[in-house]
Ligand binder design. Structure first.
Ligand code: PLP
Length: 382
């Protein structure tokens, strides 16, 4: 075992930031009141939830009444996709549009809707992982209920033309949902300027805890079915006693994530580019995803003749935490659906490595990865 530890899997999850934990702790201790309580302890918790809603909304250019807390990014995705589909089906609109590189939290609900009788069009994805707005335009039909295209991909970091897609969906009268889980904190998000109707976000990708997320629903989107019925929490749209501490944590994380993006990216980008440049010097490698339209901390490379899982385990042995594809797919040996969707052969997809760094990744960490990786690749190929 190495004594050094380099965390390069920030797209899978992030640690909870000190300022987030500090904001949360009082609500796990003395601030335990139920926000529905009308006594002081309840009212205080309600105020904390409202303040977090305001911070979360402000981060994406929304109004507080348009933000609904959920238990995860996955729940937000499911709710957006299923909710809009179910509501639109009543008007005879049963056609859905998405892409093959979406997170499973979008693809699997799409798949279950298909089994319910909806038709799903998968948009073509370019070899660099970018979807073209023109292709969205030509896929829209009279019976299209929803377009769901992610803001930035979690595996290859490819950034999608969400504003263009949003504008054309608005023109054509089709609702547009975007999974912005990976974009928040790295790219500017403004739901109004970008014509976004629904947007999912998640806490644990932006230094808040796991198990908290939110769905933005534009005020003009007619009410659609709830996923979770019960009490009247979240303006009657998502039952369950509020996870006050985590909601407060998400608010604090959103406040930090949505400011200083340019400064953080300026620190991350040179390290990402150095990693890519140096790793591509190893023979038999190629970059997965787009060279520029890519998240500032994302590196995804394919190594010829190597099994991704073995590479990850060897790197782990050297103290480097990385990912072979989607963390959600770990335990299964299937290559990433994203890499297959951008046209990689099965073997190449199987030999891919994702490193996701952030602004706090030290130059010495980058050096260590670059010192360690070529040797590990050589040993695996040998
Ligand atoms: C992590 C992730 C999700 C799921 O969020 P959870 O809070 O883990 O359920 C959805 N979409 C993308 C793009 C993600 O990276």
């Amino acid at each position: 075992m190495s004594s050094r530890f380099v965390y390069a899997d920030n797209a899978a999850t992030t640690p909870v930031a000190d300022e987030v934990l500090d904001a949360m702790l009082p609500w796990l201790k003395e601030g335990y009141g139920n926000p529905s309580g009308i006594y002081a302890k309840g009212r205080e918790a309600r105020k904390a939830v409202d303040a977090a809603r305001t911070l979360t909304a402000a981060g994406i250019g929304a109004a507080p009444g348009e933000v609904f807390f959920t238990a995860s990014g996955s729940e937000a995705d499911n709710w957006a996709v299923k909710g809009v589909a179910w509501a639109k089906a009543k008007e005879g609109k049963k056609h859905l549009i998405t892409s093959g590189i979406e997170h499973h939290a979008v693809l699997h609900p799409m798949e279950s809707l298909r089994k319910e009788g909806f038709e799903v069009t998968l948009l073509p994805v370019g070899p660099e992982g970018v979807i073209r707005a023109e292709d969205v335009a030509s896929a829209i039909r009279g019976d299209t209920a929803l377009v769901s295209v992610m803001y930035a991909n979690n595996e290859i970091g490819a950034i999608q033309p969400v504003q263009e897609i949003g504008e054309l969906c608005r023109e054509r009268g089709v609702f547009f949902h975007t999974d912005a889980v990976q974009a928040i904190g790295h790219l500017d998000v403004d739901v109004k300027a970008q014509s976004i109707d629904l947007l999912s976000l998640s806490g644990h990708k932006i230094y808040a805890p796991k198990g908290i997320g939110a769905l933005y629903i534009r005020k003009g989107v007619p009410r659609f079915p709830n996923l979770i019925d019960g009490g009247g929490q979240e303006m009657g749209r998502r039952a369950g006693t509020e996870n006050v501490a985590s909601i407060v944590g998400l608010g604090a994380a959103m406040k930090a994530a949505c400011r200083g993006i340019g400064e953080r990216n300026a620190l991350t980008l040179p390290k990402r580019d150095r990693l890519i440049e140096e790793i591509l010097k190893i023979p038999g490698t190629r970059l997965n995803g787009h060279p520029h339209k890519r998240l500032p901390g994302n590196v995804n490379v394919a190594f010829e003749g190597i099994e991704g899982e073995r590479l990850i385990l060897m790197l782990d042995g050297q103290g480097i935490a990385a990912s072979a594809g989607s963390a959600c797919a770990s335990g299964s040996v299937d290559p990433s659906h994203v890499l297959l969707a951008i046209g990689l052969p099965y073997e190449t997809a199987h030999g891919s490595l994702r490193l996701t760094i952030n602004e706090m990744t030290a130059d010495a960490d980058v050096d260590y990865i670059l010192r360690t990786l070529p040797d590990v690749v050589r040993r695996l190929r040998g």
